[in-house]
Design a protein around this ligand. Structure first.
Ligand SMILES: Cc1cc2nc3c(=O)[nH]c(=O)nc-3n(C[C@H](O)[C@H](O)[C@H](O)COP(=O)(O)OP(=O)(O)OC[C@H]3O[C@@H](n4cnc5c(N)ncnc54)[C@H](O)[C@@H]3O)c2cc1C
Length: 486
């Protein structure tokens, strides 16, 4: 069964062992718990889209193995069209739910980056990883799974290597090699969408040298594997979602988790790197090229909803769209810049010998620097257009609206051109998208912008530019950086 619908997906999650905690308590059923259900609902819409004739082309594609239709997020991206399919799907997902779906994103990108890395290790070191990964990917595709991707370690002291940390568990590592597999332990942090997935792919969080070979590992585990405790961490903006009033946006809500691996056994057939430290950096290179070409599409999709939410808010306030057209134009330009940069990175990419298409690193990293900037301006403009009602602290709670003493007065006080309830709903969406549970983590999601800037600095041919400018200026003397004697 390569395709499942939303309710089949939700049913399949119910079968997993409860191992996710929030507010100090075990979540018995992630599909109904207020902290996780909205995220799962939004992923279920992506499953349902496979059966909607108008959306099926965006959310599915043909498997490169079986040529059968599969959910797009479980397939290899072997052409520029395949990778563009990723960014089109992401924009569509955000337009459906207003926020990140996590579960159909990082894990998929990891699969593709590992496809290239394991091809190289098998070629150069005669490891068995690529064929193992193929077997795993077929399993994922055939069972219509969704995967989280765990790259970010808890890290510990930022200026020290994993092997130099006071607590070795600050970074996920091989603790013991045992017959038939390995035992792993340590922490991964801030992992998106875990509550909504069947499996988790764990990979190196950085480029490593020989002293850190225990940390150079890649493997897959079921989300409910023995020894793994998950702590759901989305806060504090989620409290409004958990209020469950009519004024809460009903779709979306990103989830985030800490993963605590306490001596987890990983069988050989699920291990895709085991100490080959030289390939950790390669993995990061391929992953970031793919991921950072796509993140501009997510924020563009959210920006589309922000434009709509701001227009609705203006109208609910009694003002026309035209009054704010300049600001709306700027919002649209921001969205298209990050979407277009990603598309450019894809177009200038190359096919890796393993078959996967890798976007151009320079443009992908430039995109990350813009994703860490432009969506904030888009949010600011949405708040600017909407008025104080859309900023937190200026809005009564759902419980207050229910008061028999003063609820009706509050609704009258909120009414403008639209009635109080309509204006409240419109305002809460802007609030949720700009400072609430809908914020997708533009700054650090997919890595820090400073990391991306380092790559831009390394890849731009600065000296070629200087040489060209010399020629055009007609300068024949050599210009060099001055050497300043101290
Ligand atoms: C919404 C969201 C979703 C996410 N989803 C996922 C996910 O699904 N999977 C996943 O694996 N991760 C995920 N992450 C984690 C994300 O990848 C990290 O937040 C990101 O890589 C930055 O790491 P950090 O938060 O530990 O920041 P830090 O490492 O603490 O960095 C803070 C600042 O210090 C700088 N810095 C850090 N170390 C150094 C150094 N040695 N020298 C100089 N400067 C330094 C950084 O550039 C940054 O500016 C998510 C994050 C967010 C916010």
């Amino acid at each position: 069964m390569t395709l499942q619908n939303g309710s089949q997906y939700i049913k399949s999650l119910k079968k997993l062992r409860p191992n996710i905690y929030k507010w100090g308590k075990l979540i018995e059923d992630v599909t109904t718990h207020p902290a996780t259900r909205l995220h799962i609902q939004s992923v279920s819409l992506s499953y349902d889209a496979a059966f909607d004739p108008e959306q099926a082309d965006v959310f599915t594609t043909n498997s490169h193995f079986s040529n059968q239709k599969a959910h797009r997020w479980n397939t290899l991206m072997k052409s520029p069209e395949d990778v563009a399919g990723n960014i089109r799907m992401k924009r569509a997902q955000f337009r459906k739910t207003g926020t990140c779906q996590g579960a159909t994103c990082t894990g998929w990108t990891i699969l593709n980056a590992l496809w290239a890395v394991t091809y190289e290790t098998d070629q150069e070191l005669t490891t068995p990883y690529h064929s193992r990964l193929e077997k795993y990917l077929r399993y994922v595709e055939e069972n219509s799974l969704v995967l989280a991707g765990a790259i970010t370690d808890a890290k510990g002291h930022r200026a020290l290597k994993p092997s130099q940390q006071k607590h070795k568990d600050s970074n996920l590592h091989i603790s013991k090699i045992v017959p038939g597999g390995i035992i792993v332990r340590g922490y991964k942090a801030q992992i998106c969408g875990v509550a909504a997935v069947h499996e988790i792919l764990c990979v190196p969080g950085n480029a490593y040298g020989e002293s850190d070979k225990d940390f150079a590992l890649a493997f897959a585990v079921p989300r409910d594997v023995q020894g793994l405790t998950i702590v759901e961490t989305r806060r504090p903006s989620d409290t409004r979602d958990e209020e469950d009033g009519w004024d809460s946006p009903k779709a979306g809500a990103i989830t985030q988790a800490y993963l605590l691996f306490d001596d987890v056994f990983v069988p050989e057939d699920r291990i895709f790197l085991q100490g080959e430290y030289a390939y950790a950096g390669k993995f990061i290179e391929y992953f970031t090229a793919l991921y950072r070409s796509a993140i501009g599409a997510c924020v563009a999709g959210q920006g589309d909803i922000l434009i709509g939410a701001a227009i609705n808010m203006a109208r609910a306030n009694g003002l026309s769209r035209k009054i704010f057209q300049d600001k709306l134009n700027q919002m649209a330009a921001n969205n298209e810049v990050t979407f277009g940069l990603g598309l450019g990175a894809i177009l200038l990419g190359n096919r890796h010998p393993s078959g996967v298409w890798l976007p151009d690193s320079l443009l992908a990293h430039v995109n990350k620097t813009q994703v860490a900037k432009l969506p904030y301006e888009t949010k600011l403009l949405a708040q600017d257009i909407s008025g104080g009602i859309a900023e937190t602290g200026c809005f009564p709670s759902y419980a207050d609206f229910q008061s028999s003493e003063y609820g009706q007065h509050l609704l009258h006080a909120l009414a403008a051109d639209a009635d109080g309830e309509t204006r409240a709903r419109a305002a809460r969406l802007v609030e949720w998208l700009t400072i609430g549970g809908g914020v997708p983590g533009c700054m650090h999601g997919g890595g820090s912008p400073d990391g991306a800037k380092l790559v831009v600095r390394a890849l731009e041919p600065w000296e070629d530019y200087a040489a060209s400018a010399l020629k055009i200026a007609g300068i024949t003397t050599e210009l060099k950086d001055p050497i300043i004697k101290k």
